[in-house]
Design a protein around this ligand. Structure first.
Ligand SMILES: [Zn+2]
Length: 80
């Protein structure tokens, strides 16, 4: 079973915007130590953290913010 479907959930999860079964699934998946997802979550953590530092007090709706984060993280995804 692949985990591509989890890729768009990392930022939401880190922002606490993910709830219910998706949140449980993602956490359990990470606890199993999937190296792909752990690397991606680390990148997502950096993205969320940096944007948190840089962002203005204006608070977009969580879904809008998550979508922005998704686009930004896709553009700046490091190819290491
Ligand atoms: Zn995975």
């Amino acid at each position: 079973m692949g985990c591509q479907h989890l890729e768009e959930l990392y930022e939401l999860w880190l922002l606490g915007a993910l709830s219910g079964q998706s949140s449980v699934d993602l956490r359990e998946h990470l606890e199993r130590g999937c190296p792909h997802c752990l690397a991606r979550v680390r990148d997502a953590t950096e993205t969320v953290y940096v944007l948190g530092l840089a962002s203005q007090p204006a608070r977009p709706h969580p879904r809008v913010k998550a979508e922005l984060l998704r686009q930004i993280s896709r553009k700046t995804a490091p190819h290491r």
